[in-house]
Design a protein. Structure first.
Length: 290
């Protein structure tokens, strides 16, 4: 058949059908993700997620420095968050958070084809320096995703150490802290004196990724931030990648990013994606002793 013929060749029709099928699969995999937020609970609905949803406590806490040996109520700074805008299709949410005395945080959550993007703009509108060291944007509840409870999910959750992917159950765990339960994992750049008042693992982490495997071993869920202060295995079958703020001078603004990945179970592909999204995490910032 001539290439100029008005009748398409069979191979051409087969190619169109294949492309249409691929687009349909991509749409069913990614486009159905939707967001909602009520009373600090961010809910992600997605047909590929176990139970069809993922619950995230958002935002959780802003934390003063020197908190590892201090009660949590004296470290955590109260805040108030309001939803400013939600797109009709549930693909984007925009928020405003006020943190006493004079800090304003504008932030957004956006559905992407590989998970969720979180973008933060923090501004100190006061005349005094704001001594907030780090914050917990997202407490990601993973019981339904992993099919595990508080006592077993560490065997399906991981971080990256100099040895590579390491299950949380295989880390050099400790038990002594002001509050027992859970485990904190610190980059070498972070000060333990400022960390969550939970036990701190002895071995350092290599990057800002913490994640877990789905109950059917088909998917990975992982959280990353661009200036990671700590990774945290919580006491509500939850995972955190918590960013460093390192204070705000009067009038100063800082931008921070976080991401939740929902990807097929391929840790190497996750690492490649993370290196592209967070190239600065190859050399996490070093804090000078105060």
């Amino acid at each position: 058949m001539s290439l100029l013929s008005s009748q398409p060749a069979p191979w051409f029709l087969q190619g169109l059908r294949a492309i249409a099928l691929l687009l349909l699969c991509l749409r069913s995999t990614y486009a159905a993700s939707t967001l909602s937020w009520t009373n600090t609970l961010l809910t992600v609905t997605h047909p590929k997620l176990p139970s069809g949803r993922l619950d995230i406590w958002y935002l959780e806490a802003f934390c003063r420095s020197g908190g590892h040996d201090r009660s949590w109520d004296k470290t955590r700074v109260p805040h108030r968050t309001e939803l400013l805008q939600a797109t009709p299709d549930g693909s984007e949410l925009r928020f405003r958070t006020l943190v006493p005395p004079n800090v304003e945080v504008f932030h957004e959550v956006i559905v992407r084809d590989d998970g969720l993007d979180f973008n933060f703009l923090l501004t100190n509108r006061g005349t005094q320096e704001w001594n907030i060291q780090w914050f917990q944007p997202a407490c990601v509840r993973v019981a339904a995703f992993t099919g595990c409870d508080q006592f077993s999910y560490t065997r399906r959750s991981f971080v990256f150490t100099p040895k590579g992917l390491t299950l949380l159950s295989d880390m050099e765990r400790t038990t002594r802290a002001l509050y027992t339960g859970g485990q904190v994992f610190l980059p070498q750049s972070s000060r333990e004196t400022d960390a969550n008042p939970r036990p701190v693992a002895r071995n350092p982490v290599k990057n800002g990724l913490i994640g877990c495997f789905s109950a059917d071993d088909q998917w990975i869920l992982a959280i990353a931030s661009d200036r990671t202060f700590e990774l945290f295995e919580g006491v509500y079958v939850c995972l955190h990648s918590d960013p460093l703020i390192d204070g705000l001078k009067p009038g100063e603004s800082k931008r921070l990013r976080q991401k939740i990945y929902i990807l097929p179970n391929d840790p190497d592909a996750l690492l490649r994606r993370h290196r592209i999204d967070f190239p600065e995490s190859k050399s996490l910032p070093t804090l000078q002793p105060k």
